[in-house]
Design a protein around this ligand. Sequence first.
Ligand code: AKG
Length: 276
Amino acid sequence: MSQYFSMTRADNDLGETGARYDNDGFVSGVRVLSEDQTAEHRARLEDAEALLGGSLHYMDKVHTALSSPYELATLPAVLDVVEALIGPNVLLYNSTFIIKEPGAPAKVNWHQDLTYWGLADADAQVSMWLALAPATAESGAMMMLPCSHLQGAADHATDSNDGNLLLLGQHITNVDSSNAVLCSLEPGEASFHHGWTIHSSQPNVSGDRRIGLNVQYLAPHNRMGTNAPASAMLVRGEDHHNYFSPDQPPPDTIDHEVLARWRDADAQMKANFTQN
Ligand SMILES: O=C(O)CCC(=O)C(=O)O
């Protein structure tokens, strides 16, 4: 762990969460929203899908266009945990709905996020996954390999064509998953994982959609390890580095201009995720 990381950890009162995260590479089952509030956000997502004419699965930077994911990604209860994990200054980098429809073959093979994010500092980042529908063994909740974040990068192959949702079909070829932990989440609960933590998920064989909002946060001293353009939004504390161009919060109404800007932002993120 970087010196910065452990210094900030000692100072906050979410120390137990931080200690578990340091040790295991993830924490799960953190309630950040009531079930009623979660149902309201699910309805807002499904209204947006109806308005925009299809699933919003895997569209990047969704918080720059739609108010519901922006509100979810900036919930004080979420940012308190993020602050405990990466320090007092927090950039909101990306947000994506990851939706598995009932009965679809979609799954996520064992992988590590940092192998395709292109970031310079492995510890100055964290991912949140917030359940808007039950995430269970049947619906394809994420599974994590405890302590795998301490081993650095594993070898990944690409081009698996077995329903793997990852853009390049990346997967770790040789995984001992005997101690994998299933991160079941009730609606309104979240998990937080480190970018080196090895994780995966199985297809949804339940009768409901499995809906997660996946959000990436960075400390502002992190930066792209490449020259790729990148943007982010300061959501807590201060940014004295300005390595990322500023993303704007979503406007009150969505129009063609907003949609065009969102499409460009989505394309840029996907380019960054596939070139690194
Ligand atoms: O939603 C899933 O099943 C996988 C999500 C994932 O790989 C991630 O959050 O990094």
